[in-house]
Design a protein around this ligand. Structure first.
Ligand code: NDP
Length: 345
């Protein structure tokens, strides 16, 4: 059994950030939230630079009072700390070509996801610190929970300690964005990547498959599209179950369900032995994720994800979900009927 260290505000010294120039490469979901949190923690606005191309994100940063630099090389030259908060798939291209060559030898580089660090897709100097401060929240919640004063869950790690001061810096930056308020969990780029990609490539694909097949079986047995959509997800019951699981306990929340439901769920779960599933999960983890196979394959199609229409492989997958599954087709019909009904009422 392993347990992780948890860092709180009292473990972090904000004084380490005094006088440092902190650059946010990207002002999207995470960038906008983290930059505002850092400033509200007391880091002077003059210390913060948002590096962004000339567009709506840059305008948003300006409207919030930030100094914006469009020339990434110039931003890199002055950065003591850089938060890389642009999409994972474009980070190697943008950071390695435009940022890394100009970055100080003792800079602290902060990522919010372990992917590019674990798969060694970013170029760092051995004298630089590479730390991960990875909120377990979407950007809007990183901001709203900070404003509320409650904080948010986060992973923190030092994946390269070039200066020997990586951990104190990682903790100071975590505190700056509000991540040590409720406790930042010590992790690593490897652990974060393994869990993140496992959820995306093993857990959720199975959940999508289970919903898709359950939908078809119940439909074949005569259940209507409307009843199925509401029963399975549109009522938001699954969202409430997960919320109760987070608040009260994964199994304890079952106590809110009827006795018939509790008995059905618990006895049903014990009837499934899980052996094949465990084999499948291990295969995905070791032969697809940790060995770099997925990363290699994804790198090959990464540039195609900017394309419009069917040439974009992601668009093609969405099309197949909508057109080739009963669940996708039925939901589309139900939603358009509901929209028509609400329009006419
Ligand atoms: P976004 O998609 O919101 O990033 C948008 C920002 O990236 C904008 O500033 C955009 O500016 C810039 N950008 C996009 N493409 C390029 C490009 N080719 N060149 C330069 N800049 C570009 O990213 P997220 O905030 O979602 O993700 C950032 C990091 O945070 C990732 O590592 C992600 O894994 C991690 N993360 C994200 C979470 C989330 O909730 N989304 C949760 C936890 C971690 P412009 O288009 O103007 O260039």
């Amino acid at each position: 059994m392993t347990s992780a260290k948890i860092y709180y505000d009292s473990d972090a010294d904000l004084g380490l950030l005094m006088g440092k120039t902190i650059v946010f490469l990207g002002f999207g979901n995470q960038g906008a939230a983290q930059a505002q949190n850092l400033r509200d923690t007391g880091i002077h606005n003059e210390q913060i630079i948002v590096a962004n191309r000339t567009d709506a994100y840059a305008e948003d940063a300006k409207s919030k009072g930030f100094n914006v630099e469009h020339d990434f090389g110039k931003a890199a030259e002055v950065a003591d700390v850089v938060f890389i908060l642009i999409p994972d798939q474009v980070q190697p291209r943008v950071f390695n070509e435009q940022f890394a060559p100009k970055l100080k030898a003792n800079a602290t580089i902060v990522v919010a996801s372990g992917y590019n660090v674990f798969f060694k897709l970013l170029k760092f100097k051995p004298t630089q610190d590479v730390v991960m401060v990875a909120p377990r929240m979407i950007g809007s919640s990183v901001r709203s929970l900070y404003v509320k004063g409650t904080g948010f869950p986060c992973f923190v790690s030092v994946d390269q300690d070039g200066t020997g001061n990586g951990l104190p810096m990682a903790l100071a930056l975590s505190r700056g964005i509000g991540a040590t308020k409720t406790g930042a969990i010590a992790s690593s780029a490897r652990e974060e990547t393994a869990m993140d990609l496992f959820a995306e490539q093993a857990l959720w694909p199975n959940i999508i498959m289970i919903f898709r097949e359950a939908f078809s079986v119940l439909r074949e047995a005569g259940c209507s599209d409307e009843a199925l959509c509401y029963e399975m997800w549109m009522s938001k019951e699954p969202a409430e179950i997960f919320e109760a699981a987070a608040d009260e306990g994964f199994i304890t929340q079952l106590k809110h369900h009827s006795t018939v439901s509790q008995f059905g769920q618990l006895s049903g779960a014990f009837k499934l032995d899980g052996v094949e599933m465990r084999k499948h999960f291990k295969h995905i983890l070791h032969k697809q994720i940790l060995n770099g196979k997925f990363c290699e394959e994804f790198s090959k199609i990464e540039t195609e994800l900017d394309k419009e229409g069917p040439e974009n492989p992601l668009n093609e997958l969405y099309r197949r979900c909508e057109e080739e599954t009963e669940l996708g087709q039925a939901e589309k019909r139900v939603r358009s009927r509901l929209a028509a009904a609400s329009g006419s009422s």
